[in-house]
Design a protein around this ligand. Structure first.
Ligand SMILES: [Zn+2]
Length: 499
C-alpha cells in the first residue's frame, strides 16, 4: 500500500508536467495479449506492473505478464519529429506517408499540419484535401465553411448553418411552426394586449415592484378616459357568418378577409387605410409601385381566432412574415386593448416588411414604431399620432428615477429574443423623442437620422455601431442618452405634440 501511495504522488507530479505538453501529446497506449487496449496516461511503471490513468480518471494497475506492448505518446511524437526532420522539402509521398502514420498514432494536429504541406506541394491531392475536410465543387476545393457560404449561400447562426433569410428571422426571435411557416407571435407585446398571465413574460404594469416608491414621478397621470360605450358595444358584437364564408374586402391599401358584419368590415377598411397613410408619412417611405395590397384577416371572435391559429389567449394578433399577413380578431383584448391597437401594431410590422429589407432593421426600431402606432387614436375619420401610452411611460419614469432602466447603448444591442415589454417601452420613448423632441429644426435633423438609417437597411443589417455613428459616435450617443433620460422624466402624460 505504501508503495502505491508513493507512486500516486509521483503520478500527480507527472500529471503537472504532462498537462503542459498535453495539446501536443496523444495518449499512452497499452496493448494487451488478449487483444485489449488501454489508453490514457501512464503514471507509474515498475518491473511487475504499469499504472495507467484512463480518460475517465480511473486508475488501472496492469500486470506486465498481460502486456504485449507499451507505446508512450511522447515517443511517437519524438519519432514523428525525427522522421519529419529527415524529410526533404519537396518529398510529396514522404509527407503523405508520415501524415498517415501520424493519424494512425492519433497525432491529429501533427497529421493535419503534414496534410497541409502535401497540399502546398500538390493542391489537388484528394487524400489530403479530404483528410482536412475540404469539399470539391465545380473543380474547386472549399473548406467546410467556404462551401457552406460560397456554394450554398448559407450563414452561421450560433453554431449552425442557415440561410440568410432564416438568420434574419432567428435573430428577431421568429419561430417556425410545424407547417414550416415563420411567425412572430407577440405574447410579450404591449401590456394591454395580454390577458393571460401564464403566457407572457413581463408586462408594463406587472413588472413594477409595488413596494418601491418612485423617487421622482413629477406628473400626476390624467384620469383614464372611458371608452365610448357605443364602441365598446361594437367590439362585443361577434355576430358573424362561418369563417369558411368569410368575404375579402378590398380597400385602397388592404385586402381584409373577415366574417364579421359587412358594416364592421367597412369600418376596418377605412381605419386600416388611414393607418397606412400615417405609416407612409412617418416612415417617409413608400412601397414599390405595384406592390401587392397588404392582407389582413380578422376573425369574428377570440375563440374562433384561437381555434384557427392555435394561438393562446395571451396573443391578440400576429404578423406572419412568410404569408405577409396580419391575423387578429374582432373584440377586446386584455383590460383596455381592442382590435384597433392590435391591428395598428401588427400592420406596422407588415408595412415595415414592405419598405425595409427583411431582417435589416434592428428590433428596437421595428417595435418602437409599432408601439408608436398602437398608441395612436382613430376617431372614425382619421388617425391621430403622438398619443402617449401611459402605462409604458409610467413604468419607464419609475425605472429612470430609481436607476432601474435599460441604457440606450444596451437597448440598441438587444436581440429580439431578449426584448421584453420593458424594452418596448424604452424603444417607444427613444423613437417618440426622435420625432417630437426640440424645435422644428431639431426635429428635421432627427428625422434625417431615421431617413439615413432606413436608407442603410437597403445595404444590410444596421448595426448598433452604425446607429451610434449617426449620432456622431459612441460618446455623442451617450450624451444623447443623458438628454433622453431628462426628457422622458419631464414628459407630461398628456403631452400634445401639436402644441
Ligand atoms: Zn411588435
Amino acid at each position: 500500500m505504501r508503495r502505491m501511495w508513493t507512486s500516486l504522488v509521483c503520478g500527480a507530479l507527472l500529471v503537472c508536467s504532462f498537462a503542459v505538453r498535453a495539446p501536443l501529446q496523444a495518449e499512452d497506449i497499452i496493448k494487451l495479449f488478449n487483444g485489449g487496449v488501454v489508453s490514457g496516461e501512464i503514471i507509474d511503471e515498475t518491473d511487475d506492473e504499469v499504472t495507467i490513468r484512463t480518460k475517465r480518471g480511473n486508475l488501472q494497475v496492469i500486470s506486465r505478464a498481460d502486456i504485449y506492448s507499451v507505446e508512450r505518446a511522447g515517443s511517437n511524437l519524438d519519432e514523428l519529429e525525427s522522421r519529419q526532420a529527415a524529410l526533404r522539402r519537396f518529398d510529396l509521398d514522404g509527407h503523405l506517408e508520415l501524415a498517415r502514420w501520424a493519424l494512425e498514432k492519433d497525432l491529429v494536429d501533427e497529421a493535419h499540419a503534414l496534410f497541409e504541406k502535401v497540399i502546398d506541394l500538390d493542391p489537388d491531392n484528394v487524400e489530403a484535401r479530404e483528410a482536412l475536410g475540404y469539399r470539391r465543387y465545380d473543380g474547386k476545393w472549399y473548406t467546410e465553411a467556404a462551401y457552406m457560404q460560397d456554394v450554398l449561400g448559407m450563414v452561421l447562426w450560433e453554431d449552425r448553418w442557415v440561410t440568410p433569410e432564416q438568420k434574419g428571422l432567428l435573430e428577431m426571435g421568429f419561430v417556425q411552426n410545424e407547417q414550416g411557416e415563420w411567425g412572430r407571435p407577440e405574447p410579450v407585446g404591449p401590456s394591454n394586449y395580454s390577458s393571460d398571465p401564464g403566457d407572457r413574460v413581463v408586462t408594463g404594469s406587472e413588472e413594477q415592484p409595488s413596494d418601491v416608491e418612485p423617487a421622482r414621478d413629477p406628473q400626476p397621470r390624467p384620469p383614464v378616459v372611458e371608452r365610448d360605450p357605443a364602441e365598446r358595444a361594437w367590439y362585443d358584437d361577434h355576430e358573424a357568418v362561418a369563417w369558411a364564408e368569410a368575404k375579402t374586402y378590398e380597400s385602397k391599401y388592404y385586402l381584409i378577409k373577415t366574417n364579421v358584419k359587412p358594416e364592421y368590415a367597412k369600418r376596418y377598411m377605412k381605419m386600416m387605410d388611414q393607418f397606412y397613410l400615417r405609416f407612409q408619412e412617418v416612415f417617409n417611405l413608400k412601397p414599390e409601385q405595384g406592390s401587392r395590397k397588404s392582407e389582413v384577416w380578422i376573425y369574428a371572435s377570440q375563440q374562433e381566432f384561437m381555434q384557427n391559429t392555435g394561438m393562446s389567449q395571451g396573443v391578440g394578433g400576429f404578423y406572419n412574415t412568410g404569408t405577409r399577413r396580419v391575423t387578429a380578431y374582432h373584440g377586446r383584448f386584455g383590460n383596455n386593448g381592442t382590435t384597433q391597437e392590435v391591428l395598428a401594431h401588427e400592420a406596422t410590422h407588415q408595412f415595415q416588411d414592405k419598405v425595409i429589407p427583411f431582417g435589416n432593421a434592428p428590433i428596437w426600431i421595428l417595435e418602437g414604431f409599432a408601439v408608436f402606432f398602437e398608441s395612436a387614436e382613430y376617431d372614425g375619420e382619421q388617425v391621430n399620432i403622438g398619443t402617449i401610452p401611459q402605462d409604458r411611460l409610467s413604468h419607464l419614469k419609475r425605472g429612470l428615477s430609481s436607476g432601474d432602466y435599460i441604457p440606450l447603448v444596451e437597448l440598441i444591442r438587444t436581440s429580439q429574443a431578449q426584448f421584453t415589454a420593458y424594452h418596448y417601452a424604452h424603444a417607444w420613448s427613444f423613437i417618440y423623442m426622435m420625432i417630437y423632441y426640440g424645435d422644428k429644426k431639431m426635429q428635421k435633423r432627427n428625422q434625417a437620422v431615421f431617413s439615413e438609417l432606413f436608407y442603410r437597411t437597403k445595404q444590410g443589417y444596421v448595426t448598433a455601431e452604425a446607429v451610434e455613428e449617426l449620432f456622431g459616435g459612441h460618446d455623442k450617443f451617450v450624451e444623447f442618452e443623458a438628454m433622453w433620460k431628462e426628457w422622458v422624466l419631464d414628459l407630461p402624460y398628456d403631452f400634445d405634440p401639436n402644441n
